[in-house]
Design a protein around this ligand. Sequence first.
Ligand SMILES: Nc1ncnc2c1ncn2[C@@H]1O[C@H](COP(=O)(O)OP(=O)(O)OP(=O)(O)O)[C@@H](O)[C@H]1O
Ligand SMILES: [Mg+2]
Length: 443
Amino acid sequence: MARLLIVDDEKNICHSLAIFFASLGHQTQTADSAEQALKLLAQFSFDVVLTDYRMAETDGLELLRRIKARQADTLVVLMTAYASVEGAVAAMKAGAHDYVTKPFSLEQIRHIVERAVQLAGLRAENQALRQAIDDIPMLGSQSEPMMRLLETARQAAGSEATILLTGESGTGKNVLARQIHRWSRRAEAPFIVVNCTTLSEQLLESELFGHVRGAFTGAVKDKPGRLEVAGGGTVFLDEIADLPGALQTKFLRFLQEQSFERVGGSNTIRVDARIIAASNRELEAEVLAGRFREDLFYRLNVIMLRMPPLRERREDIVDLAHWLVKALGVRNRRPGLGLSEEACRALLRYHWPGNVRELRNALERAAVLSRSDLITPEDLPDSVFREPAASHPHPGTSATLEDVEREHIIHVLADSATLEEAAAKLGINVTTLWRKRRRYGLD
Ligand SMILES: Nc1ncnc2c1ncn2[C@@H]1O[C@H](COP(=O)(O)OP(=O)(O)OP(=O)(O)O)[C@@H](O)[C@H]1O
Ligand SMILES: [Mg+2]
């Protein structure tokens, strides 16, 4: 069933067509002028508009142009008299889906409309799929530690406990945080992400807790913070290790009392928000180094979930790759895209220091570059075929995660012409790379 709008200034034609399409199970509305049609289009959404070409005031071509300017997705079919075939050509150029010349049989018009309806359905489906890649992660796993982690995450989602997600960059902490929110009873309420790295201390404080007018230069009116905006929902504090000292104290108090004051304000605000925090640094190490409050660490660490790096869940590489290729294929308008056996084998041999993000980036590149419908090893980036260099400590040696990351960054930086290129290879954004470079003393 589709929603059709039929436009013709001859009322009897309008009504006959409306009755005919209604009898085929479609939802129909009619308009006897372009103006009336535009009014209806502003109120309701239609899959297909069937309009007469020649109408008293605004003609069908002009109506088509206005529809395309506002709702490019609406399919428009024009009905033209034989004499205006040139007009029909102009119509196709202006973005009409199809046209039919008068007089036409009901069978003819039915055929044309059904085809448009089919296309509208396909489009909606594609759009949903395209959205799915970011929204629906692959949650199945064949790997023992990952299965256990997912099980715990699902259980924890049902509670109100604060959750701390740790694990290397690109392992899927953001993805899991969002999923925990979806599993929780707060699913219908907002899920709000606050990245503790990207903002200055002052901005971050106001972002989290809000401010009152006049609190600082530029604070021209009262503004609620993310904790308030999320009321009843979940706040995801990403990169919590970067939360500045003074804010750690204020945030600790929020965790203990569920209350705080806006910047510059004196009213105490109570908020019911569930906290999920994530860090790709070992927070214990940050505590030992005196950079992170120990009491805050314990408050956050009620339930800790450590995302395993991809090399520790090799059983999932092939399934993840197929999942990603399917989703990325749709996103890049190549819905038939698949992954060859040899490409799978190459993916399995590689150690994936950038984890799922690196896998996704490699496949996205392949989805764009691949010349056939099957991704082959040639479509994969060179890094996938490189042996981990001797300077790459293997997991299991005494090297810390930070050593591994540092070495990998050195390696990639040496191999890249620009910081942007290195960041793309690493699967992190340039700001993060810049920060890491400084942290590791590489700049
Ligand atoms: N289970 C999954 N299914 C599909 N895609 C995934 C999955 N896990 C991760 N990804 C993809 O991998 C990429 C990295 O995931 P995410 O941003 O959650 O990592 P992260 O652990 O938060 O990394 P960082 O520490 O750098 O912030 C994203 O593009 C995400 O779509
Ligand atoms: Mg993240």
